[in-house]
Design a protein around this ligand. Sequence first.
Ligand code: CTP
Length: 402
Amino acid sequence: MEDRLLQGKKILLGITGSIAAYKSAFLTRLLIKAGADVKIVMTKAATDFITPLTLSTLSKHPVHSDVSSESGWNNHVDLGLWADALLVAPATANTLSEMANGACNDMVTATYLSARCPVFVAPAMDVDMWHHPATQRNIKQLESYGNRVIPVGVGELASGLVGEGRMAEPEDIVSYLADVFSANAEFNGKKILVTAGPTYEALDPVRFIGNRSSGKMGVAIALELASRGAEVKLILGPSRLQPEHSNLECIRVESAQQMYEACVSRYGDCDAGIMAAAVADYRPSTVSDSKIKKKEGDMSLPLERTQDIAKALGASKKPGQILVGFALETDNEVANAERKIKKKNFDFIVLNSLRDKGAGFAHDTNKITILDKGNNIRNFELKTKAEVAVDIVDELASKMNL
Ligand code: CTP
């Protein structure tokens, strides 16, 4: 997995009519690889340089280049409200001038005027157009509105001239956005421990007792926290997932005992812990050094209790520290979840009922209920695990008064 610097961010990309628009396909791919959901609006002139079909295929969303179309009015207001950031790249001298002056002649400028989110522009033009006092005045004007101007590159331009005016490289645009998001991130300076995945309890060198947890929910939470600025310690049991993010340290463990040790040595230093792992409650009492051979008749396995990691962390909790648990239940869901809040000293618990379709292990979706220690209960719709992670992290942010 790539470094998901823009995990969960909704980016509205506005493309205008510059030759640099040919790089928009690559920029779209990079934004998506960085974890962003990308929707695209274009000016008519931009469609001369790159086709909407290419961009809708890459972004997996319809691309709009007209304020109205056969199917009706393309709602630039909704798009502007949907986005976490509007990125106009490439931004031509003409579009910058329109934006600076409040003109709205096309989908990009109409969206710009109605967007409430942060706005980034990546100018692209020839050296003399860039240095013209009118362009420089427009840039200053946009900065005075709080818009961020991504520095232009220097080099050979489409005209053959050499100088300033090239659109910043797509990689640099992605890191510019990621830097701004992380500088303003609400979990900056917070350390959060997250457990995820199953545990494997060895029986002999080839066999183990495990469970069907995929690790998807815990990993989605860890990535959401990392993308919102937290320093995340992810203690991950055997899972096929390989999450990567510059704010995330992934510590791989196999057994409940290893997960326990990894958590106990780190939680003291953390502001919060989210216990999303499906930890085995029992393990074989003895682990054979060599493969156990079959014998005549049946066999029974003596099992012993593993450490309850959440309970141990709950007991060690310091004032101000937060602990979040999970409960996967089949019946008496709310009563069981409330019992676990008390038993393990959780601040809130995320309840999944296996009776809900699409909830629980291995699915890409989940349906949760959040119960807190003050007996508040909130039910959520069936959503993707990435969206559920946002709800859980929002709840944590509110409990941490962020
Ligand atoms: N948990 C843990 N360590 C364990 C077992 C569970 O940290 N050895 C955590 C899970 O990650 C989860 C919460 O405790 O956040 C609830 O786990 P669960 O096994 O459902 O709780 P129990 O009280 O052990 O459940 P039950 O009574 O249903 O067996």
